[in-house]
Design a protein around this ligand. Structure first.
Ligand code: SF4
Ligand code: SF4
Length: 396
């Protein structure tokens, strides 16, 4: 076999935390130790040699790369200190940029060099929206205690649709729309190339409903339950941070969906539904519990990451820390904005609320290119794993 190593790819892996990949001498201890690796095609040994050879196309279409949960069991037991867990993590970081669209944005979100633009872009967009809205002033104490942040983008006489909601939708919906489109595009390409690589049958396919029921839904249940995550033994405390964080995002997604429905659909028929939720509103309670779970979860992940860097000599990477910073920023600014409202501090409250909008926009907009993307790519890899073992993949 004539292997043409992709040297840029190897360099990217080294920069993203996989700098130890050359140390591997293929003893296979890691594949034996890995609690998630299956007998037929064990990982991560084969990925280590492919990474050494710079076989980019082979690795970005390898579902096993996405099935790894970066527990570190293999890294702990590797006799050469090749840190296979970190190498697989760096391959995933590369894959999110590889599949990301638009490419310049994906590239920008892959390294700390892009940070000024990554932060500057939402700051400018939201500031321009604030100027365009004509609000452009801080509220008085009376206005702040009555409306909170409901008039951040001002108010108008149109009874059926609040101006604030209009501007927030104008900022967040295109950001989320771009992220979802980019994720869909990336996952479709990944699935197609994985199927071709695995030589799966193209003619005999399940219906969409059957695919959702037999492959996607069981994968989602496994993810929510963290079943595979719990099989890892070295870093069991990672589940303690990851699980509350995931439940917090589910809680916040429910609240956001209800808020959109209430304001953008039902509010058009019953305008009295506009306005802040009462503190005793079940959705407000869910939002506050989710915010606490988010801060707790990210705190655990932060501590675990620091511990791993110290104890396992894991390299601090932009890929790992950017998501932790982003989530921390969303949680801290969200809670601080609410506390400042209760403390009746309008100027500081508005500045913190502005920063909250910036951090939320960053989380949405960069979702397909940062570590957050594992949410979609790992779920797809779970579904692909089930699919490739099914009658549809093998029947001809
Ligand atoms: S990564 Fe380490 S444990 Fe795995 S095959 Fe290479 S040397 Fe062996
Ligand atoms: S980090 Fe954990 S899940 Fe990933 S390959 Fe190593 S042992 Fe397996």
């Amino acid at each position: 076999m004539n292997v043409q190593p992709d040297l840029d790819f190897i360099r990217s892996l080294k920069e993203a935390g996989g700098d130890t990949l050359k140390k591997c001498y293929q003893c296979a201890t890691c594949s034996v130790i890995c609690p998630l690796s299956k007998d037929g095609k064990p990982f991560p040994r084969k990925e280590m040699i492919w990474a050494q050879w710079g076989m980019r196309d082979k690795l970005v279409t390898d579902p096993d790369v996405f099935l790894c949960h970066h527990c570190g069991d293999c890294t702990t037991h590797c006799p050469r200190g090749a840190k296979p867990g970190d190498v697989l993590s760096s391959i995933r970081a590369y894959a999110y940029t590889f599949y990301g669209w638009p490419k310049p944005l994906a590239k920008l979100a892959s390294s700390a060099k892009g940070l000024p633009i990554l932060i500057g872009l939402p700051v400018v967009v939201i500031f321009i929206m604030w100027l365009l809205s004509g609000a452009m002033r801080f509220p008085t104490s009376e206005e702040f205690s009555q409306y909170g942040y409901q008039r951040f983008f001002g108010t108008w006489d149109f009874y059926w649709y609040a101006k604030n909601i209009f501007f927030i939708v104008l900022i967040m919906v295109p950001s989320l729309g771009l992220a979802l489109f980019s994720s869909f595009k990336g996952i479709s390409t990944m699935w197609k190339t994985m199927s071709e690589d695995a030589g799966l049958n193209k003619e005999y396919r399940p219906s969409v409903g059957q695919f959702l029921k037999d492959y996607l839904w069981p994968s989602l249940i496994e993810i929510v339950k963290h079943s595979r995550f719990r099989e890892c033994t070295t870093n069991t405390d990672r589940v303690q941070g990851h699980l509350p964080l995931m439940l917090a995002f589910i809680g916040l997604a429910i609240v956001t969906t209800w808020s959109l429905l209430k304001n953008d659909v039902l509010g058009l028929i019953w305008p009295s539904l506009h306005g802040p939720m009462a503190i005793t509103d079940p959705f407000k309670i869910l939002a506050n519990i989710s915010a606490i779970a988010l801060l707790f979860g990210v705190g655990v992940l932060w501590a675990n990451r620091k511990k791993a860097e110290a104890e396992m000599n894991t390299q601090a990477t932009f890929y790992d820390w950017f998501l932790i910073w982003e989530i921390t920023a969303v949680g801290v600014t969200g809670v601080a904005a609410q506390l400042l409202r209760w403390a009746e501090m309008p100027v500081t409250g508005y500045i913190v609320y502005f920063l909250h909008l910036v951090s939320v926009m960053m989380l949405f907009l960069y979702l397909p290119y940062t570590k957050f993307a594992h949410l979609m790519y790992r779920t797809s890899a779970y579904a692909f794993e089930k699919y490739r073992q099914s009658v549809y993949a093998t029947n001809s």
